[in-house]
Design a protein around this ligand. Structure first.
Ligand SMILES: Cc1ncc(COP(=O)(O)O)c(C=O)c1O
Length: 373
């Protein structure tokens, strides 16, 4: 018997979530964001499941080449473009579109001796201050690129910092639109949150990531309410049970101390599998007991399912195991099935309890976890 942890990837869910994106943005083309190994779901299997997308966006040129060589003919966009002039022949050979966001990249294009023409996505910094030319700088960059001998087509692109938050997109959208208004050039603005919430951002290409994997970008709206299905379910089992007496402590740092007799299950899943370490319920400091600082562990524990029932983690997650509170689950024992996140256990709830975001949980899944497709 192998260790009982498995990540189940549901390809039908990916396909179905892509249809949700299409319905929400019917007039735009869809650039499926599959960076970070398809947000942890596996690059090639994700691309295949999302093959109805009009394009794929990722970071690594090797991944882009792999997609092309596997026969994907869609637009393939390098979200951080090229980093070195030596990449340009590969970009040209494999017909990869590149985001351009600094003057150094334009200089590399100027010096490129090849005769091929490239598709450029010019990044405009609309307020996030991560990548991109300010609208003022972008005027000049656009002029340079429009007449550039190595450029075939230009798309204007920006990215929102707060599309999933109450602040929304009004200011950055106005900044981007003020800049882009005089130009008849395709546009791409929307991540999942903007795609779902702000039709005025759809432009020519939307760039959903998170929603395709079945998670909600919004704190107050669930994936289910949005019609999204989780594509990744992390499962394991209970491999041991401890009967605690009042006063017994558990785990490294003894962060949890039983107030009364209780049962805890030991689940075969730890931070070396990608489970967030800072996620167990911590008992309040008891008088006279020294406890190390609980390093931001969520005080209410993190939800998980044991035999289909909701339970929560206790104490500190270790490398290979974590503790589940079985107080309310007398039937549960060794061999009980556990869902850490995914089907019936929304990854957003797990992320919230652990003080992180679903993106990080998906991407953190480690190579040692067997994947079942
Ligand atoms: C430039 C860019 N566009 C689109 C996306 C997709 O965003 P989301 O996963 O929130 O849909 C990302 C992801 O971070 C991104 O960096």
């Amino acid at each position: 018997m192998p260790r009982p942890i498995q990540a189940h990837i549901n390809l039908n869910a990916l396909e179905s979530n892509l249809r949700v994106a299409r319905r929400a943005a019917p007039s735009a083309r869809i650039m499926a964001v599959i960076k970070a190994d398809g947000y942890g779901h596996g690059l090639m299997r994700t691309a295949e499941a999302l093959s109805a997308a009009d394009g794929f966006a990722l970071l690594d040129i090797q991944d882009a080449v792999q997609l092309r060589e596997a026969g994907f003919r869609q637009t393939i966009l390098l979200l951080e473009g090229f980093f070195d002039a030596q990449e340009l022949p590969v970009v040209a050979q494999y017909d990869l579109a590149c985001v351009i966001y600094n003057a150094q990249q334009i200089a590399m294009l100027d010096a490129y001796p090849g005769r091929e023409k490239l598709d450029i996505w010019l990044k405009v910094n609309s307020g996030m201050n991560r990548l991109g030319f300010t609208p003022q700088q972008a005027v000049q960059a656009l002029e340079q690129l429009r007449s550039h001998r190595a450029v075939r087509g230009i798309t204007l692109v920006t990215h929102f910092a707060n599309a999933d938050e109450a602040r929304g997109i009004a200011e950055p959208l106005a900044r981007f639109n003020d800049f882009a208004a005089p130009y008849r050039v395709p546009r791409s603005l929307a991540n999942s949150a903007a795609l779902l919430r702000y039709p005025e951002t759809h432009g020519d290409w939307v760039r959903p990531g998170l929603m395709l994997y079945g998670a909600s970008p919004f704190a107050e709206v669930s994936a289910q309410q949005l019609g999204l299905q989780p594509a990744m379910t992390l499962r394991s089992r209970i491999i041991a049970v401890q009967d605690l007496r009042a006063g017994d402590e558990i785990g490294y740092g003894a962060l949890f101390r039983a107030e009364h007799a209780m049962r805890v299950g030991i689940v075969a899943c730890g931070y070396a599998d990608g489970y967030p370490r800072q996620s167990g319920r911590v008992e309040p400091e008891a008088p006279g007991i020294h406890r190390p600082t609980p390093c931001g562990c969520a005080p209410n524990g993190t939800p998980l399912l044991v035999d289909g029932q909701t339970a929560q983690t206790l104490g500190r997650v270790s490398m290979d195991m974590l503790y589940a509170d079985l107080s309310k689950l007398p039937q549960a024992g060794v061999g009980s099935r556990v869902v850490l996140w995914g089907e019936d256990m929304p990854i957003e709830e797990v992320a919230r309890a652990a003080g992180t975001v679903s993106y990080e949980l998906m991407c953190a899944l480690t190579a040692r976890v067997p994947v079942i497709v």
